[in-house]
Unconditional design. Sequence first.
Lengths: 319, 319
Amino acid sequence: MSDLPKTIEINEEGPREGFQIEPGPIPTARKIALVDALSETGLKQIQITSFVNPKRVPGCADAEEVVAGFHPREGVRYTALWLNEKGLERALAHRDRLTIQGSISMCASEPFIQRNQNRSLAENERVQHNQIAIYRENGIPVDRISVMAAFGCNFAGDISVDQVLRTVQSGLDIAAEHGLRIDRVSLADTMAWATPESIKRVVGAVRERWPELRITLHLHDTRGLGIANAYAGLEMGVDSYDAAVAGLGGCPFAGHKGAAGNVCTEDLAFMCEEMGVSTGIDLDRLIEAARLAEEVVGHPLPGTVMKGGTLSRLRARVN
Amino acid sequence: MSDLPKTIEINEEGPREGFQIEPGPIPTARKIALVDALSETGLKQIQITSFVNPKRVPGCADAEEVVAGFHPREGVRYTALWLNEKGLERALAHRDRLTIQGSISMCASEPFIQRNQNRSLAENERVQHNQIAIYRENGIPVDRISVMAAFGCNFAGDISVDQVLRTVQSGLDIAAEHGLRIDRVSLADTMAWATPESIKRVVGAVRERWPELRITLHLHDTRGLGIANAYAGLEMGVDSYDAAVAGLGGCPFAGHKGAAGNVCTEDLAFMCEEMGVSTGIDLDRLIEAARLAEEVVGHPLPGTVMKGGTLSRLRARVN
């Protein structure tokens, strides 16, 4: 048998991923209800909103209200996303309720960062230096590097393992200039190019070069390989995954150009628990939250276990 | 990297799986159009219908017309399903157009075969002896054993590896009494209990005991693990899979108690081709057939790559 990790951490990103893309409008109270339901599932980290330009992302225009309104549960970290200094300022106003963590945000594809953030990779490095300065001024820890497009890019095509290693190295160099100690690297399959084999190649290469770095996988399910890719990650010992309840974050059924959300939290948790990999999650409660997510957005979501059911109930019926 | 097979065979079961469960009615000409479209994809084996009781399965009442009407393509084997002598007789009337293969049909779960076929495992063994006699009278080759519920059962719970081995052995004993040489065993995850790890356990145990037997996996996707399970099969060297175009055969969106169809053919083929495992399939044509399947049944189907798109077009745009 494979030597899978004994336990993994799942970082729930459904509320943030979902509400920023859903056509809505979704009442703020319903968003809060979903965050509160997720708080009761055993998840230890939930990303609840995004402090971004409300004109560009109207689904997150109520970020402040969501943060002010949810009911924090002890032992759960609540996080938010920001893309620039203004967003960070908005997040910092809620340090009492949010865990504010800094990350050095890298990208393995020049054309992607050009299109996505209108800057070159070299310019991005300068931006990251500035960001770190702001983080440090505000006493925000920076202990991780994230790498977008680590497995392929719609605009650059295949991304070589060497390119990923160079990108991580650039992030570590930036960290070193500021005397920062990096514990973790997040490898993002931003545009769903990964296969189980490329997961193994990239994770294996990063692990071999920096065995001290903990790896997080951020996987999208646009081409149906999300769960298989997560399994390949487990086989490589990866014990930290981003995921989205019910597969929130994209909607293959509503014509959003077919882009799907993150790998589905409850499907991932189901697979792990069935294989003896502990997630700390109460699967029945998580499935209730997934059904609530469908109600909140008002259409079917791609999660599978919430439709097919878990095995524990069937086992209980047998015994 | 994993040592995956260089090539695999995919046995397309979408037409049979789909039309027997779809509420329909679907015009016979549309069923034929789908079979003909699948014939152009590079698939080498297509199961096109089921000779079953038309009162119980109205979607297959036009089995004869479908078989008479499709346009066979050279090099493609067309098969059909039957569950009893009467069905076999109907199939035999079309030996000019169908490949008629016998299989020794076993089950790893006593309560499942009781509910599904109203017989005990012991009674099933007698039925199989009778079936073989009929196959031999008609000059039909019998070279395979199939095992239902090989990974778990809604009515028996978990199925032990030993139980699977005993079931395969019983099938081989039956074959031996008739002097039959068995080449292949099909392991079916009939009720979607398998995980990648249990695939490895069961396949590994069968392979170790009977290294000469070729293994086919029949996987359902009810709990979202179908593709991950297929990947685990590839890792174990399994080079033969049943699959259904567009994920036909169940419909999580229409309330069929959440049961999903077989693993989706084009998603499986996409994963394989991206990992360098050759399927012989023209993925673009298969995706066209998957979209036709959605049109034919009149509602969305669970296949993912047909919504998310392949990577070859994106690569072509880059280069």
